[in-house]
Design a binder for this molecule. Sequence first.
Ligand code: C5P
Length: 408
Amino acid sequence: MNPLAGKHIVLGLSGGIACYKAAELARLLVKAGSSVQVVMTEAAEHFITAATMQALTNRPVATSQWDARESNAMAHINLSREADAIVIAPCSADFIARLAAGRCDELLSLLCVARPIARVPLLLAPAMNREMWAHPATQRNLAQAAQDGATVLGVGCGEQACGETGDGRMLEPSEIIEELEAFFTPKLLAGQKVLITAGPTFEAIDPVRGITNRSSGKMGFAIARAAREAGAEVTLVAGPVHLPTPRGVARIDVQSAQNMLETVDRQAQTATVFIATAAVADWRPAVVAMHKIKKDGSGQAPALSFVENPDILATVAASRRAREGDLYCVGFAAESDHLLEHARLKRERKGVPLLVGNIGPATFGQDDNTLLLVDSQGSHALPRASKRVLGRQLVAELARRLAAARDT
Ligand code: C5P
């Protein structure tokens, strides 16, 4: 299921302090099921040893086009023909300039030029000082390399090895893996604008207290990541959760159910798919105290009264765009028992074509889950798997349903 499983990646290292991160990247690629052939420039060998990279990938590192071990003496041809992708991480300013110029005077740039462009993608993870990154020559060379078929994965922003702060850091290995997984995922949701709610809501009682629940947001975040990997433009409306934003996903943080409704209402004007995974609080305190509610010494707890929150999913599902088929709505149901029965009823009550049921106590905060897909035809179970895998399965399912809806 992992798009990197079984892929053969040529991992090229050019010179830069970020070479130390390439060791972790190689490890993560191997862990994802890829075979990794490392190729290093002479400059890269000043920053990390070939022995480290060999030990992590279980393959001798290639460093020279004059390597006598290649029986045909054509390392550049052999290496580039085997690859499913060539990833340069770190990609130095100098290496970008070499690519832009089509230089072939050392093995790594030589094999990039020798690769069959239509079949072997070239992905670049640049890494350099912020001034070097901002230099017009670097940007010009990068634009040229991109125009010649390279995919630029972007850079991070922050503290640099030189002590300066700004753009130009290499992406973290986990971010590069995220980008590579997205790159290799079929674009089943290309052209779709997917809006997702995730996590709990927080309903304030006073300035320091409130009511929330134990939803971690993991399922919604996993769906957001999978939808982006599948080529959708994704907006994630998140309640208070401690999760990193999936790369390439626009995230809007909200607190209460009312905040969530306002944000979703706005975003739903242009979305084509709405997936409500958030565990929205059913009720909120009728009044939010201006000041912290104090104990008054009487031993009496304060009397709180509640009002019902708006049902975000039902509101969106009843909107004109949803009714006219321009916005496909998916709901979730976290139940403790009689899952199918509750999920069926909830689907009808919310007015959505697809409702995904799960057992609440078995999913909140967990990394894996089982799902039950309920529609007008019946139900279909997705067996226990990680939320990441279930997110991908759900996206594939969604793509099938959107295609079927388009064809009818
Ligand atoms: O009614 P219940 O909370 O079980 O419904 C669950 C589904 O409805 C989920 O998809 C949830 O995100 C959505 N929901 C909502 N707004 C609410 C309550 C639930 O969008 N106020």
